[in-house]
Design a binder for this molecule. Structure first.
Ligand code: GLU
Length: 513
């Protein structure tokens, strides 16, 4: 029997989870569910200096909002807890010691001044990227260069130290990425990464590998920005003796700026006025507020559908996928290698499709709620009528009211451009005839009867209806475009319609022809 698939999403609580992180979480979830496996969430909070209050709660809520619940997490303990690295602190030292004993790691006592001096020396000697590595380590203060008794004395007296990985000088490190294929890196490009810090906390590299191993992780699906760390991770698996159970790696393509030039950033989002975080976020360090997809009016299922397509495609023309369908269709083979351009219009398109697919009954609740905020009460049936004709033109539920205000509130102003162009004597003649016909009308007021009356009003004035139609709309709605006008007339009702026509006739001035 094959081993159970176990994947993890391992965010650091250093700020709001941005869209790239949510995509990573989603792909992990889809992969786990597709393979009847488990999706874990582990909080990587070993870097206490970068800890941001509220970030962990934010991650939890964001995942709940999009409907992906981890099978094991700090909030749902499983057999491999705790799921917060800070709570696993006592666990890591033994692995660092094991590496030291095997000669794959060493103690380093260099002060930050000494490290700076080394970097300056190397920069002066025109070394492009000065590093603590297999060459420079020989000139530094560590257990490879200092006499054994001095090392012992320093450790006993509590001198601050870090433990560094001893990266081999000449070695080709290979890893088979599920998306990129074989990736080869020469060890002389790597530095001797710190594994344990002087505060007794492990670094990301050590904690990540130890935890992935102990938690039985089979596949590591994460952003491309972690690819440069992967060779270090391969070395760690090897040196810890875990190479035969090393997870398979899949590094997801970058999310690119809308123009494709470089990595998508919060600045792009701010500049172009689109969200980049799943939900509203106020940075507690700066007070900076960013609107989230959720509060901007995106439906969670539309957002998930949009996210799924940021780097993956099903290989056919289907675009609308429920979570269940995504799980069935998902495969790592269909994730692209190159970066994906972020296109907010695509997100809007998905939202429109999901909005249109909702029942009038459900959408009416949004409208009713928005109206309540303004102190307006409306009957369910009427709300459904409005929603039925507005939904074709709405991207977000809030558009139903924003764009459909005129259905319940008579315009007090008119679009000046349309008025200047279209308001004339012919319109006045047709509308005057129409209002009189409406006044006398006693039948059932339907889109059909409303239209028939308008047509005969135009005919009686020997004016082509097409020529005045936009101005008629302007008179009743205040604007020059919108959904079917006869539907609007019936929703507004005959009496209100007459009032509006009167107001327009009294307010709008006819310019000389
Ligand atoms: N803690 C890392 C992050 O913040 C995890 C990277 C990984 O998945 O290995 O994304």
């Amino acid at each position: 029997m094959n081993k159970e698939v176990r994947v993890r999403f391992a965010p650091s609580p250093t700020g709001a989870l941005h869209i790239g992180g949510v995509r990573t979480a989603l792909y992990n979830y889809l992969f786990a569910k597709k393979n009847q496996g488990k999706f874990l969430l582990r909080i990587e909070d070993t870097d206490q200096t970068r800890f941001v209050k509220g970030a962990e709660e934010y991650i939890k809520e964001a995942l709940e909002w999009i409907g992906i619940t981890p099978d094991e997490s700090p909030w749902k303990e499983g057999p491999h807890g705790p799921y917060r690295q800070s709570e696993r602190k006592p666990l890591y030292m033994q692995y660092a010691m094991d590496l030291v004993e095997k000669g794959h790691a060493y103690y380093a006592f260099d002060t930050s001044e000494e490290l700076d001096a080394m970097r300056e020396r190397l920069t002066a000697a025109r070394v492009v990227s000065p590093q603590y590595n297999s060459i420079t380590r020989t000139q530094m203060k560590n257990s490879l260069t200092l006499p054994e008794d001095e090392v012992k004395a320093r450790l006993e007296s509590g001198d601050p130290y870090v433990i560094r990985l001893k990266v081999p000088r000449k070695e080709e490190i290979r890893l088979n990425d599920m998306i990129r294929g074989w990736v080869m890196v020469h060890s002389n490009t790597l530095d001797d990464k710190v594994l344990m810090k002087s505060d007794g906390m492990p670094t990301y590299h050590l904690a990540n590998i130890v935890d992935d191993h102990l938690m039985g992780i089979t596949h590591v699906i994460r952003g491309e920005e972690w690819l440069p760390s992967a060779p270090i991770h391969v070395l760690l698996y090897r040196y810890l003796g875990w190479e035969d159970t090393m997870p398979q790696f899949a590094h997801l393509p970058l999310l690119l700026k809308p123009d494709g030039n470089g990595k998508l950033s919060k600045r792009d989002a701010d500049k172009n006025g689109f969200p980049i975080f799943p939900m509203d976020w106020t940075d507690p360090r700066t007070g900076d507020f960013s609107q989230g997809f959720r509060q901007a009016g995106y439906f969670p299922d539309a957002f998930v559908n949009f996210l799924a397509f940021l780097g993956w495609n099903p290989g056919d023309n289907q675009e609308i996928f429920s979570m269940e369908e995504l799980i069935n269709a998902f495969s790592v083979e269909r994730i692209g290698k190159s970066g994906t351009k972020f296109d907010i219009n695509k997100a809007k398109w998905f939202n429109e499709q999901y909005l249109k697919a909702k029942s009038n009954h459900d959408l009416a609740q949004y409208l009713i709620e928005d109206l309540k905020q303004e102190g307006i009460e409306i009957l369910q049936a009427k709300a459904e009528q409005i929603v039925a004709i507005m939904k074709e033109r709405a991207t977000f539920p809030s558009d139903l009211w924003k764009e459909g205000r005129f259905m319940l509130i008579a315009p007090t102003e008119f679009d000046e451009k349309v008025a200047a162009k279209k308001w004339n004597e012919d319109v006045v003649a047709v509308l005057t005839a129409y209002r009189d016909a409406l006044d006398k009308f006693e039948g059932e007021f339907t889109p059909q009867s409303a239209k028939a009356m308008l047509e005969s009003a135009a005919e009686s004035q020997e004016i082509k209806l097409g020529k005045v139609m936009q101005a008629v709309r302007l008179a009743v709605t205040g604007v020059g475009a919108g959904p079917d006008l006869m539907e609007i007339f019936t929703i507004i009702g005959k009496d209100e319609l007459i009032k509006r026509i009167d107001f327009a006739l009294n307010t709008l001035e006819v310019k000389a022809k």
